[in-house]
Design a protein around this ligand. Structure first.
Ligand code: HEC
Ligand code: HEC
Ligand code: HEC
Length: 457
């Protein structure tokens, strides 16, 4: 797959050259290169620094700019991409190895425009197409925090593991011109959307589209790696994607949860119906659980304002049929029997679990996802809700890799995907085998993988 991706990228490079002159002309017209000499307009005060700290949480800068077990913001985390492993950089204010010597203008160009301080283009693994939406005021607060609120760490940047000629950076400048909005145009579209909507929803849109960069995982990507939409003007925006084979659900509309349930989930990693697993666990632990109730309500209100496909009806009768069959416990299929023996104690015959403790399996996104990898992963390896200030207790789900073989896990997962109101394709033993192999090989050294959406590989 990787070779195929490389050849696709090579083609992209060639197309990039063909379009070079055109893009150069466009970028001149748009004059979006920013001003590295730009100065702060506000004085750096302790209030501005702590505002910047809050915004850095909202932007989850620490997630990518810290390697496992490393010092905060000192970089070095490997991020897999189709062209090779990219390493995040040291963004502590160390003069020698970090960004200590950077002007405000250089910082602003990197974060909102994807231009490094030497003028070279950054890989969009740094989510600058989303950060383009951050206001000047908030950019200044972020700069104040990174210069004065973060401890300087001396740690040299690691060279990216990308082979030549894909390592040539200039084609990225064209990618940026085509696919990343300029802060000026992003500000215009946010202002237009704000005029048309409620103040709370406008604040939510600003956080979700901008610092929250929720679309970098929740929006499907095109072949050329850009997200297929950066705001509600596209129906693909936040409509679900895939990450390391883990299904990332659509978060448009969120009709199956109330606004309070959404706030509860973003603030604590759990709510009456679900518990978080997979990459979203870190998003909640590092970012959303530190945000104010007011901002979480704004984000939830915005997600609920997005139109989504209606969930299918007639599920409740099927839910009851499954619950009665499990209660009667006669003529059970292998999958049903395995469920009663291993899962029932916590998730119950109703599949409804217990509010805020054991998540609901009836209707859960992870169970109904087209790709069953995340579900298989949870059954084999278990999962853990993060400990957050709002809900410090850690609730583990045990793993069953040693108790069940591949056929048994496949039968169980198939039952889960077709029991109650759930409606998804059967799982095969071969699919379970693949997930078991990747778990055995210590899958996940590099934390994040960005892949084009499924239909286009
Ligand atoms: C999804 C991962 C991710 C997130 C989130 C992220 N970054 Fe980055 N960032 C990267 C990567 C990867 C690079 C290096 C890109 C390259 O080599 O072209 C980078 C580069 C940078 C650079 C320029 C390069 C340098 O020498 O330091 C700055 C400045 C920066 N990021 C700041 C931030 C700030 C501030 C935030 C939070 C608002 C943030 N980043 C959030 C992945 C991320
Ligand atoms: C690093 C990738 C990533 C980012 C960034 C991310 N998410 Fe998620 N999100 C996921 C994954 C993976 C899941 C599925 C979790 C599971 O299987 O339990 C998820 C699940 C969710 C859910 C639960 C949906 C459901 O029906 O169960 C919500 C709500 C959500 N995310 C909101 C957000 C918001 C809001 C943001 C931005 C602040 C965000 N996410 C950013 C990866 C991400
Ligand atoms: C000891 C109690 C317990 C048992 C037994 C148990 N679970 Fe869980 N399960 C949990 C808890 C707690 C979570 C939430 C953990 C998390 O994701 O943070 C969970 C989460 C899950 C999830 C993820 C739900 C979501 O929305 O992300 C699935 C799927 C699941 N369990 C299926 C099963 C299956 C199948 C079995 C039987 C093989 C089982 N569980 C047995 C406690 C249990």
């Amino acid at each position: 797959m990787r070779n195929k991706s490389r050849s696709i990228l090579l083609i992209v490079v060639v197309i990039g050259i063909v379009l070079a002159l055109l893009a150069w002309a466009i970028s001149l017209v748009l004059n979006r290169s920013g001003d590295p000499e730009a100065k702060m307009t506000q004085a750096i005060t302790p209030e501005l620094v702590s505002k910047g700290e809050y915004l850095a949480r909202a932007g989850d800068c620490v997630a990518c700019h810290t390697r496992r077990g490393g010092k905060p913001f000192a970089g070095g985390l490997g991020i897999e991409s189709p062209i090779g492993t990219l390493y995040s950089t040291n963004i502590t204010p160390d003069e020698k190895t970090g960004i200590g010597g950077w002007t405000y203008g250089e910082f602003e160009r990197a974060v909102r425009r994807g231009i490094n301080h030497d003028g070279s283009a950054l890989y969009p693994a740094m989510p600058f197409p989303s950060y383009a939406r951050v206001t000047d005021e908030d950019m200044e607060a972020l700069y104040a925090y990174f210069m004065q609120g973060v401890a300087p760490i001396e740690q040299a940047n690691q060279v990216n593991d990308v082979p030549w000629p894909l390592s040539i950076r200039w084609p990225l400048a064209y990618w940026r011109t085509f696919f990343s909005p300029s802060p000026e145009s992003a500000a215009q579209s946010l202002a237009a959307a704000a005029e048309a909507s409620h103040e709370q929803i406008a604040r939510g849109a600003y956080l979700v589209q901008g610092l929250g960069h929720c679309g970098s995982c929740h929006t499907p990507r095109a072949l050329t790696m850009q997200e297929k939409g950066l705001d509600e003007s596209s129906a693909a925006y936040l409509s679900g994607s895939e990450l390391n084979g883990w299904a990332v659900p659509s978060i448009r509309g969120m009709a199956h949860w109330s606004q309070d349930e959404l706030v509860d989930y973003l603030g604590t990693g759990r709510n009456a119906k679900a518990s978080v697993a997979g990459e979203m666990t870190d998003v909640i632990a590092n970012s959303t659980s530190h945000m104010s109730d007011e901002d979480l309500h704004a984000m939830a209100a915005y997600l609920k304002s997005l139109s989504a496909e209606q969930p299918s009806k007639g599920g409740s009768e099927r839910s009851e049929a499954t619950a009665s069959k499990l209660t009667a416990a006669t003529d059970l299929s292998l999958g049903e029997r395995l469920y009663l023996d291993n899962c029932n104690a916590c998730h119950f015959v109703s599949g409804k679990g217990a509010p805020r403790v054991f998540p609901q399996l009836d209707g859960a996104s992870v169970i109904n996802a087209a790709n069953p990898t995340a579900l298989i992963h949870v059954i084999l390896a278990g999962a853990q809700t993060p400990s957050t200030a709002r809900a410090p207790a850690v609730l583990p789900m045990p793993g069953f890799a040693y108790r069940m073989n591949d056929e048994e896990v496949a039968e169980l997962a198939t039952f889960l995907r077709q029991g109650w109101s759930n409606d998804a394709a059967a799982v095969t033993a071969a699919q379970v085998h693949d997930v078991r192999q990747s778990l055995a090989h210590g899958h996940g050294q590099a934390k994040t993988t960005i892949e084009p959406s499924q239909g286009e590989r």
